[in-house]
Ligand binder design. Structure first.
Ligand code: SAH
Length: 209
């Protein structure tokens, strides 16, 4: 069930679904997703679906992880990266295949603790995890070349705009009912926003649990 063949099939499927960036496909192939899902669901870890993490949260679908990272990469490097909504730590582990500096924030403490264990289990020690409200970003490590949100905001968090480096990119799901991905690029002349794919994410919430 967690055989190499099952994982290879997942990569083939991502390719069929339109993921083209070989760096992204290699990063996804390198992370054993079954480690990040509950044991009872491990047999489904390489299906292209979101799976429950507990606490009403879900580990993102591999396609959306791949798609978002592909959009962020687009002929550049990720550089110093901030993820909001670490959840299981899965996406952070994929990001860590592509860049040396990854910070990931989670507001639900037990999930963060599990993310820590999951990352340790795969010997991934690069990701720096923090229990905090990601809407406030991580001022002590800013600016970031890349910011990626794994939960849907109702508007672009102001602190995150401020913590985006010049030339940097932020990708976030936006909206309540209908959601779409919004790319925000910070250029010398200002912030440039581009509306992309329709998506469905859990909401970005305030405060800590
Ligand atoms: N990237 C995760 C997906 C987790 S789902 C993975 O690969 O498993 C989105 C996560 O965002 C949830 O764990 C949720 O608790 C978290 N979240 C929601 N609002 C947040 C906030 N303001 N700050 C930090 N994390 C938040």
């Amino acid at each position: 069930m967690t055989s190499q063949r099952t994982r290879t099939r997942m990569i083939d499927r991502l390719r069929e679904e339109g993921i083209r960036d070989e760096r992204v496909l290699a990063a996804i192939a390198a992370v054993p997703r079954h480690v990040f899902v509950e044991e009872a669901l491990a047999s489904r870890a390489y299906e292209d679906s979101a799976l429950p993490l507990g606490y009403s949260q879900t580990i993102s679908q591999p396609y959306i992880v791949a798609r978002m990272i592909e959009l962020l990469l687009d002929a550049r490097k990720l550089g110093k990266t901030l993820e909001i909504g670490a959840g299981s730590g899965y996406q952070a582990a994929v990001l860590a295949q592509l860049t040396d500096e990854v910070y990931a924030i989670e507001r639900i403490e037990p999930l963060l603790a599990r993310a820590k264990l999951n990352l340790r289990a795969i010997q991934q020690f690069k990701v720096r995890l923090k229990h905090a409200d990601g809407q406030l970003g991580l001022p002590e490590a800013a600016p970031f070349d890349t910011i990626i949100l794994a939960a849907a905001a109702t508007r672009v968090p102001h602190a995150l705009l401020q913590q985006l480096a010049l030339g940097g990119r932020m990708l976030l799901p936006l909206g309540t009912g209908e959601q779409f991905l919004l790319m925000v690029e910070r250029r010398a002349e200002g912030y440039v926003e581009t509306r992309l794919d329709s998506v469905r994410f859990v909401p970005l919430l305030s405060g800590l649990e």
